[in-house]
Design a binder for this molecule. Sequence first.
Ligand SMILES: C[S@@+](CC[C@H](N)C(=O)[O-])C[C@H]1O[C@@H](n2cnc3c(N)ncnc32)[C@H](O)[C@@H]1O
Length: 193
Amino acid sequence: MAEVSGTAEFGLGKGKVFPADRAGSLLHPARRLVQSPRRTVRATALGSGAAVLELGCGPGFFSPFIKDAIGSGPLVLLDLQLPMLRLARQRTCGGPGIVSVQADGAALPFTERCFDAVFIATVLGELLDPGACLDDVHRVLRPGGTLAVAETRRDSDFIAASPLRELAESHGFEWRARRGPRWQFVATFRSTR
Ligand SMILES: C[S@@+](CC[C@H](N)C(=O)[O-])C[C@H]1O[C@@H](n2cnc3c(N)ncnc32)[C@H](O)[C@@H]1O
């Protein structure tokens, strides 16, 4: 049964926030076979030393691979749910340069232009207002910075590449590429001013 907290509704259905008590399914070894976190992160071409925000990190399925890609660059893990952040920190071994922040992805507690890239995997479809989230992502990205969005049809909140492109383009992003098939891809965008 869905649990309602504040304005967010938790549950497994469409448009609901994926609950922390089901985090284990996001880390299930079978997921790695169909959605390799290493290949997904590699497709975003994050540069070594980049400052990266992982928005809606959940239990950190992708986080260690982002950290590997950016090396000494700072990584901010952000999620609405504290138990998710705890799991993500465990997976990244709380390494140096990793900060976790509990916040709403549509009200980011960061100054303007402080990230080189923002990585968002299977989150946007859960948000009440994904456009508001992208506006804020645009604000915290440096001009020319990268927005990477990973989506999979296995997720009930899947957003296909074409509506995703339309949404991002209407919030200040320029389409760059889609890697992977239509049912599971990483789309990259460039922040424009
Ligand atoms: C389906 S999980 C995906 C987690 C992770 N990105 C992954 O692919 O394994 C969605 C995550 O987004 C988070 N989330 C949903 N709405 C959010 C919001 N408004 N602000 C921040 N995080 C949010 C949830 O708490 C959950 O951890």
